[in-house]
Design a protein around this ligand. Structure first.
Ligand code: ITT
Length: 194
């Protein structure tokens, strides 16, 4: 059994796609976990490991966690590890409009989505985290209703459409797809799931 330790329902749906089919998964809600992991690290990898260890120790289950965010070059990496908590009381539409406003007079619209995918085994004390990104740029406007978070303003390299306008393509090229593919490839060598 494997615990997918995120409170973000969109992330759960995406991560489920990347877990090998033979592994049974459970969520924090399935296990009745109410506590919230600390997320005060300075990097995606650090935060992903904090989440995995926190929830793995509470539940005594093998656990995977995800820390991710949007990194915008012209804004010195903002919102980065603060992607979920910046302007916390505002909607994602308001957050995206704020970002578009900050980039209004900037030539450089380069950005990337980053994901750190972590695994923790509380019995064997194994900890692993893989970080990957997908590079692209910030669009001129909010486009599309698919996905979640900042998807409607992110255009991956080689495409004209935002993640919000995509249906299946996002899951073949995203930061999350890459990070979890790496993680399960590494785990395959050291763990036998049942
Ligand atoms: P958990 O900590 O419970 O996993 P969270 O949503 O708070 O849930 P993070 O702290 O990792 O997770 O914040 C990630 C934020 O970055 C997320 O809420 C989105 O705003 C943004 N983000 C990450 N991946 C994204 C994606 O694929 N598409 C759009 N936005 C994304």
């Amino acid at each position: 059994m494997l615990l997918i330790a995120t409170r973000n329902k969109h992330k759960i749906e995406e991560i489920k796609r990347f877990v090998p089919r033979e592994i049974e998964v459970v969520s924090l809600d399935d296990l009745g976990v109410k506590l919230q992991a600390p997320e005060d690290g300075n990097s995606f990898v650090e935060n992903s490991i904090k989440k995995a260890i926190f929830y793995g120790n509470i539940t005594k289950q093998r656990t995977i966690a995800d820390d991710s965010g949007l990194v915008i070059d012209a804004l010195d990496g903002f919102p980065g590890v603060h992607s979920a908590r910046f302007m916390e009381d505002y909607s994602y539409e308001q957050k995206m409009l704020f970002i578009l406003e900050m980039l209004k007079n900037k030539q450089n619209r380069a950005a990337r989505f980053v994901c750190a995918a972590a695994y923790y085994d509380p019995i064997e004390k194994i900890v692993l985290s893989c970080e990957r990104d997908v590079k692209g740029k910030i669009s001129d406007s909010i486009r599309g209703t698919g996905g979640f978070g900042y998807d409607p303003i992110f255009i991956p390299d080689g495409y004209e459409t935002t993640f919000g306008e995509m249906i299946e393509e996002k899951h073949k090229l995203s930061h999350r797809y890459k990070a979890f593919s790496d993680l399960f490839e590494k785990l395959d060598d050291i763990i036998f799931f049942k």
